[in-house]
Design a protein around this ligand. Structure first.
Ligand code: GLU
Length: 307
């Protein structure tokens, strides 16, 4: 049963697990977050919503942005063009690995949920200049999150921009094979901005609820994403959404999900339920340690796994 009491209990039972993780520090501004924060927000299939713990605390979306940018790249260019350049295979490597780009013949990023694939997807967004491209990404994220006031966190954006050389290296590497047309600086500026968009658990739970309902906002009747795009997103989230822990997370939790180093995890289902969790203390693979534990418990207790 998913209700207010159940969510409060979930947060209370899992908060201590936050002590086993560490807040990301490779983007200096991220380490200012409180490691013991833990929150969850759920939209249920009958339209009810519940939040518990630190569900109202803002955090940066980080890699959760990858699902929306990939969706927009497919909308702008069509599936065939995107899949020519970006694969849909899990890597088993860390999110910012460069290894496969060099070792495999095609130099094609393995999937859009790792940094290489996401940076390439960002470079494929249509627009006359980087401002227009970023605004189109922001508009889609706002529509999916049901929150027209979402903005970037300027200090996280600058912090990542000042320290993002590894991501720049990925972009230059991909560009050297002719896969990126635009200037790397423009692409990376958009990429750093998309990662710095500030959200709450409710925002990402709303987006998970839209994806669960195959792209339709059940309250307004508005279509935000196509059914096909939702199927593609659920597939890549299920197989590649949790970095190199995607397989074990799929087994433990069974919901298509995407994590970010800001501490958020967006989890969707096939039954109209959308979940967002936040806990900035991360495990060694970069996933919210207590957030993942809550998702495992809520999935087990309510039969949310898609298999
Ligand atoms: N902005 C982060 C980076 O590119 C996102 C990483 C993540 O959330 O996995 O390093």
């Amino acid at each position: 049963m998913i209700n207010q009491q159940a969510l409060e209990k979930l947060v209370a039972e899992n908060r201590a697990i936050t002590a086993t993780g560490t807040v990301a520090s490779y983007i200096p501004k991220l380490k200012e977050k409180n490691p013991s924060d833990l929150g969850i927000y759920v939209f249920t299939e009958d339209g009810a919503e519940y939040g518990a713990g630190d569900y109202n605390t803002k955090f940066t979306i980080q890699s959760i942005s990858k699902i929306f940018v990939f969706a927009l790249a497919v909308m702008d260019n069509g599936e065939r063009e995107v899949f020519k350049l970006i694969g849909v295979e899990p890597t088993g490597d860390s999110f910012n690995s460069i290894a496969n780009l060099e070792l495999k013949d095609t130099h094609k990023p393995y999937n859009p949920m790792i940094n290489a694939g996401a940076i390439l997807a960002t470079s494929m967004i249509h627009g006359n200049n980087k401002k227009e491209k970023f605004n189109r990404i922001l508009d889609l994220i706002r529509a999916c999150c049901g929150n027209s006031s979402l903005e970037i966190n300027e200090s996280v954006y600058h912090s990542e921009k000042d320290t993002g050389d590894r991501n720049r290296a990925l972009a230059y590497f991909i560009k050297s094979y002719g896969l990126i047309e635009d200037e790397v600086d423009n692409v990376m500026d958009t990429y750093f901005k998309q990662c710095s968009i500030e959200v709450t658990c409710r925002d990402i739970a709303h987006a998970a609820w839209i994806i669960s309902n195959n792209g339709v906002n059940k309250r307004t009747g508005q279509r935000v994403l196509s059914q096909r795009i939702c199927s593609i997103l659920k597939t890549v989230m299920f197989t590649c959404g949790l970095y190199d822990a995607s397989g074990s997370f799929a087994l433990d939790v069974g919901m298509p999900s995407k994590s970010g180093v800001g501490g958020g995890i967006l989890s969707t289902t096939n039954t109209g339920i959308g979940i967002g969790v936040y806990g900035p203390a991360l495990d060694q693979k970069g996933n919210s340690v207590a957030g993942a534990a809550m998702l495992k418990a809520i999935s087990r207790d309510n039969g949310l796994a898609i298999f």
